[in-house]
Design a protein around this ligand. Structure first.
Ligand SMILES: [Zn+2]
Ligand SMILES: [Zn+2]
Length: 378
């Protein structure tokens, strides 16, 4: 196959304008690269914001940074994935959203690929159509991966839904928990998870796998709260049912974790209004891990005297690095039958239905929605 024609979903810079399904051509995979046929592209919570114009796009872009796909052609330079596992056509791969350059200060000196300034995850459609070098974006029938998008072979015995369920969220949580003082969630610790979308569910799963004593979740979406319970949360508090912050604190301390408060609070909701509550519930020496407030801008009031008097630790974390994607693939492979990962995918859309997919995610009806760009009937 010399040239491949693919269709992709393109978002224009005009907020909420109809998503266009446009073609592009791509030649053979360049050096160190592979072509994959995308099986499922995850709709991340970030994507509807980009379509609504919350972040101001400068040009039409192909969205989608979460994918699972089948290798359909490989440059002869590729014989393994980025973990050294042998790779062949027909294998299933999972790949990184970020594209570290591996030649900047962050990549090479700080070993912080998540901080690399070259990490854009959206692909300009006009540049894509011109260059014929393919795209790493996933709202597309075919993606071209490598060398900057690390790709990892995953088990074909595991349903693709189990990998895509927590999309970029599981690698982001693995990166974040690696930044904790001990490098992981401590066994026997008490954990508060604020927000139980994909990031929150990944946080519950990692807390359970780390041997946490208690896991408490706060959200207002009943569908997601029910899923949080299935993931093993001990108590799930609906903000719309327990509306008073003081009452929630009383329930959490008296009924679940004890008077000291929680050892670790993980912010996964992206709502700045959650910060005060999270800080307030921490025990002395507790840690506040912020993952959800990735995009946006806000100021919140908090009491710095409490931070000092309780010797609190506040830690932020951005995205997941390639190593986190590899580890996420192994966590899923080992635990997809223990945790209800595959059933998180509640909605599937064809490529032509991408906009409906974004709207469904915005409506809060989905635990996880995916686009299946090669589904028949596209
Ligand atoms: Zn994402
Ligand atoms: Zn870099």
């Amino acid at each position: 196959m010399a040239t491949l024609t693919s269709r992709c979903a393109v978002v224009s810079p005009t907020p909420r304008s109809p998503i266009k399904i446009l073609p592009f051509e791509v030649g053979r995979p360049p050096a160190d690269s592979i072509h994959v046929e995308i099986i499922q592209a995850g709709i991340c919570g970030t994507d509807p914001h980009l379509w609504k114009g919350d972040y101001g796009l400068r040009a039409p872009v192909v969205l989608g940074h979460e994918g699972i796909g089948k290798v359909i052609s490989m440059n002869p330079t590729v014989i393994t994935d980025h973990a050294g596992q042998p790779l062949h056509e027909g294998d299933i791969v999972y790949w990184t959203a970020i594209r570290p350059c591996r030649k900047c200060y962050y990549c090479t000196v700080l070993d912080d690929e998540c901080g690399c300034p070259s990490n854009g995850f959206m692909h300009n459609y006009e540049a894509l159509a011109r260059a014929k070098e393919g795209t790493w974006a996933t709202y597309s029938q075919y993606a071209t991966l490598g060398p900057r998008n690390s790709f990892y072979r995953v088990s074909s015995d595991v349903p693709p839904e189990a990998y895509i369920a927590l999309g970029c969220a599981l690698p982001a949580v693995i990166q974040a928990t690696g930044r904790l003082r001990k490098g992981h969630i401590e066994p026997h610790s008490t954990v508060l998870v604020q927000g139980c979308g994909a990031v929150g569910l990944a946080a519950i799963m990692m807390a359970r796998l780390s041997g946490a004593l208690k896991v408490v979740v706060i959200d207002r979406n009943p569908i997601r709260l029910a899923k949080a319970k299935e993931f093993g949360a001990d108590d799930c508090i609906n903000l719309d049912e327990v509306t008073d912050m003081g009452e929630r604190a009383k329930r959490i301390t008296t009924q679940v974790v004890g008077d000291r408060g929680v050892d670790l609070a993980i912010e996964c909701s992206g709502h700045p209004s959650a910060i005060r509550e999270g800080l307030g519930l921490l025990a002395r020496n507790g840690t506040y891990l912020l993952i959800g407030t990735w995009a946006g801008k806000a100021e919140v009031l908090f009491d710095p005297f409490v931070v000092v008097n309780k010797a609190l630790h506040i830690q932020g974390s951005t995205y997941g690095a390639p190593r986190d994607y590899y580890r996420a693939s192994k966590v899923v492979e080992q635990n997809w039958q223990r945790f209800p990962l595959a059933s998180c995918v509640t909605h599937k859309f064809s490529l032509d239905e991408t906009q409906l997919g974004l709207e469904t995610v915005m409506s809060g009806l989905a635990v996880k929605a995916v686009v299946e760009p090669n589904r028949k009937g596209n």
